[in-house]
Design a protein around this ligand. Structure first.
Ligand SMILES: Nc1ncnc2c1ncn2[C@@H]1O[C@H](COP(=O)(O)OP(=O)(O)O)[C@@H](O)[C@H]1O
Ligand SMILES: [Mg+2]
Length: 325
């Protein structure tokens, strides 16, 4: 668990980038730091691995004040991924991923094994990619290497600063989905910075919305959209409310009211929905396949069938609730 206790950061020159930030990030959750450019997201994130030091308050990891830790060791124990991932251009993909394990003096066999495993995990076959140079990669592939690198030494905590921000919308969505699949498996604590509310709702277990250095609301996505804590949050949600509330409702909920046919689980087909898919993604699924019913899975577990009829009913219910406020 990470605890921010009345954390302040005033830069030399007087900019108050973070004001009295208090919050807890729970074990295993993906917490999104959301807000417009300049609101203090990056500053808040970098204070966790001491790339920036607070001017007031304390940050605790598992109850220990990070200012009492050795900053270099601290940094090696926390995964960190940023937008322009900063791969070293003269080093191969494999060497780039191996940086922290090497610093930690892992033995060479273990490093090779870990790098290959991670390349598989992020969908880049090691045979093909291990020895490539960063210049020989697409933007999406570079970003995948960034994700692999931040997990290399298997840190319990990962900080991500707009990791998919520089990608085109389609590649971005692919990487978000891949990362969510991965995230359900690795069970890390993740702080994820974005300025994009759609990304925040898709990725976050909870969202911390900031404005001008202050935390405005810290809630699960559905609560943020349905119960904005103040006028700022309300304005921030703006005109997208309908769409946002559809994004906060998941196929898993729809399934509760759907009949399951009691038959043996079908083999997981290409077009299966995931319990974490939003109602909008489910609707896309029906549109793309032309089916009336689609099977739903939670990872590899079959959870039942969802019918288009029930989905449409739930969508109109959601819109009704949002509209009546
Ligand atoms: N090194 C710095 N020196 C002075 N001011 C800074 C520095 N870094 C960031 N700031 C200012 O602090 C505020 C918050 O910045 P930042 O945390 O980068 O915001 P965000 O990541 O939300 O865009 C901004 O006003 C920014 O200009
Ligand atoms: Mg930033």
């Amino acid at each position: 668990m990470i605890t921010f206790e009345n954390v302040n950061k005033t830069y030399p020159g007087g900019v108050e980038a973070v004001k009295n930030l208090s919050m807890e990030v729970n074990e295993g959750e993906l917490l999104v730091l959301l807000g417009t450019s300049g609101c203090g997201k990056t500053t808040s994130l970098k204070m966790v691995n001491r790339l920036i030091e607070p001017t007031g308050g304390r940050i605790l990891i598992q109850g220990r004040d990070i200012m009492a830790e050795d900053p270099i060791e601290l940094r090696r124990s926390i995964g960190y991924a940023i937008q322009h991932i900063g791969l070293f251009p003269h080093m191969s993909v494999g060497e780039n991923i191996a940086i922290v394990p090497r610093l930690l003096k892992w033995d060479e066999d273990k490093i090779q094994k870990r790098v290959s495993e991670l390349l598989e995990v992020v969908g880049l076959p090691p045979d093909e990619f291990y020895s490539r140079l960063p210049v020989q990669l697409s933007g999406g592939q570079k970003q995948r290497i960034g994700v692999a690198r931040c997990m290399a030494a298997d840190p319990p905590l990962i900080l991500m600063d707009e990791p998919f921000g520089a990608l085109d919308p389609i590649t971005r969505e692919v990487l978000q989905d891949e990362f969510l699949d991965l995230e359900t498996k690795i069970e890390k604590t993740i702080i994820f910075v974005t300025h994009d509310i759609f990304e925040a709702i898709k990725m976050g277990d909870r969202i911390a919305l900031m404005d001008e250095g202050r935390l405005q609301q810290l809630s699960p996505p559905a609560e943020l959209v349905e119960k904005p804590a103040n006028e700022f949050v309300d304005r921030f949600l703006g005109q997208h409310r309908f769409q946002l509330s559809l994004l906060t409702r998941k196929v898993g909920e729809a399934l509760e009211s759907a009949e399951t046919n009691g038959q043996a689980a079908p083999e997981r087909p290409e077009n299966a929905l995931k319990t974490r898919n939003s109602l909008i993604e489910a609707l896309d699924g029906f549109k793309n396949t032309g089916e009336e019913r689609l099977p739903v899975y939670d990872r590899d577990k079959y959870c039942g069938m969802l019918s288009k009829k029930i989905l449409l009913k739930m969508i109109s219910q959601t819109l009704g609730e949002t509209g009546s406020e």
